[in-house]
Design a protein around this ligand. Structure first.
Ligand code: HMG
Ligand code: MG
Length: 306
């Protein structure tokens, strides 16, 4: 299959990136990050999560973040909703602040499902069913994440059959898109390819994406193998921020800057201005008081200063 000529990137930095921060990140900083990402040309931004503040206190300011974003035409704003309460909270705001898209997140591993959302895989699907119905009845698009699609911090390697099952169940309740997630960034290209193939049994190519954490430095290679399969949608996190609080030791998603550098170098369009994206990465890294995790971001920033 020939490579896609255009790729859509979803920056998950404000959500996946900041959900694991130890220190407090004020809503104003999260909002500024979203503004900088949309200035850089991102067309979809995962802004926050409507999850239990007892489980993830870092996202407790979700309503303030959603109400504070100055929306830009053509940009989609997504949020995580693990249950009906999450979606109802998102919809309790004025409609102008509703998300365009929600993410329900299931896992391909039972133990991760228990740790992350406190229920079994089958229970999670039943929990998502009314969420999907309410969202779709209100014109909100529903994306699903398949966590631990190749490896689990508690169970080790995850077989493609487990991914196949979750993708089938999600499709069965009307989830419109499936994101194949390497939550802990352990997967290598052949494993990721098999997880993607299992998902593609149930979802069209236009309705799948890759969500690769970069713990073991495999995310660009995993993206390349997915591109070769024709997959053209990916999640990435500015400055490589992040990790999941229920996947200890896992680092952030592939840095958006690194992905953009690779894609543009391959002649694949993203619509993103890499310079402005590097500035957005620098802004949040400065706030957090540590260097960026983006290799390309660091190299280009240093070169700029020279
Ligand atoms: P639970 O404790 O079983 O829920 O948690 P519950 O229904 O028994 O409720 C317990 C309390 O939480 C109650 O409050 C509820 O009102 C409240 P109390 O009466 O005790 O004061 N509550 C909520 N509050 C706000 N928003 C809500 C909500 N729901 C309940 N939506 C639950 C179950 C799913 C809520 C919990 O486990 C949870 O919030 N988990 C989220 C964990 C999380 O956010 N993990 C990180 C995101 S996933 C991720 O990073 C992976 C991804 O990036 C892809 C990948 O890389 O794999 C997407
Ligand atoms: Mg993630």
């Amino acid at each position: 299959m020939s490579l896609p000529t255009t790729v859509k990137l979803v920056d998950v930095g404000p959500r996946d990136g900041l959900q694991n921060e130890k220190g407090e990140v004020p809503a104003a900083v999260k909002i500024e990050l979203v503004h900088r990402l949309q200035d850089a040309g991102l067309k979809e931004i995962e802004a926050t999560s409507y999850v239990s503040p007892k489980w993830v206190p870092q996202m407790a300011d979700a309503p303030a973040v959603m109400a504070g974003i100055e929306r830009r035409a053509g940009v989609r704003y997504s949020v995580l909703t693990p249950n009906l309460k999450g979606l109802e909270s998102a919809m309790a705001l004025d409609k102008a602040f509703w998300p365009d898209e929600i993410v329900v997140f299931a896992a391909a591993s039972e133990r991760f499902s228990q740790r992350n959302i406190n229920c079994s895989i089958d229970e999670s699907i039943e929990r998502f069913r009314p969420v999907v119905e309410l969202a779709r009845a209100n014109g909100i698009y529903v994306r699903g994440a398949i966590s631990c699609a190749v490896g689990c911090p508690y169970e080790g390697e995850v077989p493609p059959a487990a991914v196949d099952k979750v993708a089938r169940l999600m499709k069965g309740i009307g989830v419109q898109h499936a994101g194949v997630a390497d939550t802990i960034g352990v997967g290598t290209p052949a494993q990721v390819q098999r997880a993607m193939e299992a998902t593609l049994k149930h979802y069209d190519l236009a309705d799948v994406s890759g969500h690769y954490h970069d713990t073991y430095g495999q995310a660009l290679a995993n993206t390349l193998v997915s591109l070769e399969m024709g997959v053209w949608q990916y999640d990435a996190s500015v400055a490589g921020l992040g990790g999941c609080p229920y996947a200890k030791g896992a680092t952030g998603n592939v840095a958006t800057e690194d992905l953009v550098y690779m894609l543009h170098g391959m002649g694949i369009e993203t619509g993103i201005d890499l310079d402005k994206l590097i500035d957005a990465g620098q802004f949040i890294s400065d706030f957090l008081g540590r260097p960026t995790n983006s290799r390309a971001g660091k190299a280009l920033f240093t070169k700029r200063a020279a």
